[in-house]
Design a binder for this molecule. Structure first.
Ligand SMILES: [Zn+2]
Length: 257
C-alpha cells in the first residue's frame, strides 16, 4: 500500500525523501487564488521519479456554483490544472465536490458539474483524471452525504470521474467509516485515493479540522481500515511538517502490514 503526504510545492521530491513517502500531493498554484499554474522547471524530473504524484486543485474552484463569476473561471482553472498536472505525471487531480448556496436548487449544481465535464471535453479533454473529494460541511454540498454523491454521479458518471475519500471529511460529514468504502464504491464504482486524516471534531459535526493520525476523534485503526478496504494509495494531509507526517505515515504502514 503506497502512502505519502501533502507537501510544499517548492521541492516535492525532497519533501518525499524527508518523509520516506511513496507519493506526494501538492498544489500547482495558490490554493486560494485563481491564477493558472506556472511552468515548472522540475516537471520532467518529478514525472520521471519513482514517487507517485497527485495534484490538489485550488479550493476556490466550485464547479457546482450557480454564480457564473465563480462557475466559469472554475471550469477554466480545472482544465488548466489538469493540463499542468499532466506535465508532472500526476495520477490524479483532486477537486472538492463544491456546493450551492442556501435557497438555491442543488439540481442546478449537479447540472453545472455535468457542464464542467462537457466543457473540458469540448476543449480537448482532461489529460489528468479528476478525482472528486467528499467534503465535511454545509447542507448544500454535492459530495458530503451519500444521497448527494449518488445524484452527482447520476449527473457526471458518463465521464467516469474518480473519487478521493477523505476520512476526516467523511467522519465530520456524517459518513460512518466502518462501511464507507463499500457504500461509496456502490455509487462511484471506485476509490482512487484516500486522504488519511484524523479529525479534531466529532461525527457529523460538519467541521473540517484535520488531526495527526491517532490524535483525533477517528483513531489510527479506523483510518487504516478505510485504506485497507479501499485498497488504493493514501495521503496524509496533516500538520507538523516532515517529522509529524513521517510519523503519521509510519503509524499507518505498521497497521497495514
Ligand atoms: Zn482532503
Amino acid at each position: 500500500m503506497r502512502i505519502g503526504a501533502h507537501v510544499d510545492d517548492v521541492d516535492p521530491l525532497a519533501e518525499a525523501a524527508e518523509r520516506e513517502a511513496d507519493l506526494v500531493q501538492f498544489f500547482l498554484a495558490d490554493p486560494q487564488g485563481w491564477k493558472a499554474p506556472a511552468k515548472r522547471e522540475d516537471a520532467q524530473a518529478i514525472s520521471d521519479s519513482d514517487v507517485d504524484v497527485f495534484i490538489h486543485a485550488p479550493y476556490v474552484i466550485n464547479l457546482a456554483s450557480l454564480n457564473n463569476r465563480i462557475r466559469v473561471p472554475s471550469r477554466r482553472l480545472l482544465l488548466q490544472h489538469a493540463k499542468a498536472a499532466a506535465t508532472v505525471g500526476a495520477k490524479g487531480l483532486i477537486v472538492h465536490g463544491g456546493h450551492v448556496r442556501d435557497g438555491e436548487d442543488i439540481a442546478t449544481g449537479f447540472d453545472n458539474w455535468r457542464k464542467a465535464f462537457a466543457y473540458a471535453e469540448k476543449e480537448g479533454g482532461l489529460p489528468t483524471p479528476v478525482l472528486i473529494e467528499n467534503t465535511a460541511g454545509g447542507e448544500h454540498a454535492c459530495a458530503r452525504r451519500y444521497e448527494m454523491i449518488a445524484r452527482l454521479w447520476d449527473a457526471i458518471g458518463e465521464y467516469e470521474p474518480g473519487f478521493c475519500l477523505d476520512t476526516c471529511h467523511a467522519h465530520a460529514g456524517g459518513l460512518d467509516l466502518t462501511d464507507v468504502v463499500d457504500k461509496i464504491k456502490a455509487i462511484t464504482g471506485r476509490i482512487d485515493l484516500v486522504h488519511a486524516n484524523d479529525s479534531m471534531d466529532g461525527f457529523d459535526s460538519g467541521r473540517d479540522r484535520h488531526a495527526n493520525v491517532g490524535h483525533g476523534e477517528i483513531g489510527a485503526e479506523a483510518i487504516a481500515h478505510v485504506i485497507r478496504e479501499a485498497d488504493c494509495p493514501a495521503v496524509v494531509e496533516t500538520k507538523g511538517g516532515a517529522a509529524k507526517q513521517a510519523e503519521d505515515i509510519q503509524t499507518l504502514r505498521e497497521l497495514l502490514k
